[in-house]
Design a protein around this ligand. Structure first.
Ligand code: ZN
Length: 310
């Protein structure tokens, strides 16, 4: 009894004496999305525990802020966020309420994964509400491109090694293994997609610019008039005209949008509607980052075939 008390006291003193050093045991990571969570698991292995907040089938712009998130954030050693204001509508009050100094923006336990990623659609000039509501700092859906997946993994590796230097070699070898598997998968995906370079598609939300650029698809329009603004009759008519003019035959839709407008556009244009997974966890079988692209490319190829594209 007495001895265990002394051990506890020593442990408490040790953690008091060196507050920035991580205590023994896995680092507690909270990721805002399942994509970031999945990549953190790849790099962190059994030296971390990972919880994700937004589910892969939810619109990450609009997530219900549950009290359980505050409890998780309170105990977190590291918070990983997508950034670019993707989570602006729900994350900041949770981080404040967590009363965890480490994970406040700028803290040693806060990682904005967008800082080292390739970001598209960064607005130039003055930003106004007329541009839409939800992408004021460039496109935040950048994780849908394997090169950015690799950059996110690299940033996580660096952060975990800084938080827990004694495991830096472990995180380094986990990263190297992920990088190798991702590179092999990219070769496979490129082989499958090479025949469809330049295919014209329409997407519901601007979720896919990085994906489209990487795999050579040409996005000619959107079901939403502007990011975060629901379809309007006049925009839908314009979209139908444009799809007919450019012979676009595939409409990509995220799982959290109503299919009514995409289906009616498809009826008018003879296009195929395909629901793709924007995130890990959008479907049960998508349990990691590589499986996300396996799933989407498989679905996309089936839609191209059904639409008679090439
Ligand atoms: Zn968005």
């Amino acid at each position: 009894m007495r001895r265990s008390f002394v051990v506890l006291l020593l442990a408490a003193l040790a953690s008091w004496a060196s507050p920035s050093l991580h205590a023994a045991g896995p680092l507690n990571i909270v990721a805002t999305t399942e994509d970031l969570g999945a990549i953190a698991r790849e790099v962190g292995g059994d030296k971390v525990t990972v919880e994700s907040m937004a589910r892969g089938y939810q619109d990450p712009h609009f997530v219900e802020a549950k009290p359980s998130f505050v409890i998780k954030l309170n105990k977190a050693d590291l918070l990983i966020a997508v950034g670019r204001e993707l989570e602006i509508g729900w994350l900041p009050p949770l981080v404040t309420q967590s009363r965890n100094a480490k994970i406040q923006p700028g803290g040693e336990g806060y990682l904005d994964a967008s800082l080292t990623a390739k970001i598209l659609e960064i607005p130039t000039g003055q930003i106004t509400r007329a541009m839409g509501d939800v992408h004021p700092q460039g496109n935040p859906h950048y994780w849908l491109e394997p090169g950015n997946g690799r950059r996110i993994a690299q940033a996580i590796q660096a952060k975990l090694s800084a938080l827990n230097p004694s495991d830096a070699a472990y995180f380094g070898s986990r990263y190297a293994d992920f990088d190798k598997r991702l590179a092999a998968a990219e070769q496979r995906w490129d082989g499958l997609m090479v025949a469809y370079k330049g295919v014209k598609v329409v997407t519901y939300h601007r979720s896919w610019p990085n994906f489209a650029e990487r795999f050579g698809l040409d996005v000619i329009g959107y079901v939403e008039p502007k990011p975060g603004i629901p379809p309007s009759p006049s925009h839908t008519l314009d979209l139908i005209q444009e799809m007919k003019r450019q012979n676009a035959k595939v409409i990509l839709v995220e799982p959290y949008f109503d299919l009514k407008t995409p289906n009616s556009v498809a009826r008018e244009t003879g296009a195929q509607v395909v629901v793709l997974a924007p995130s890990v966890g959008a479907e049960k079988e998508i349990t990691d980052y590589i499986k996300l692209f396996d799933y989407d490319i498989d679905k996309l190829l089936a839609a191209f075939k059904a639409a008679g594209v090439r």
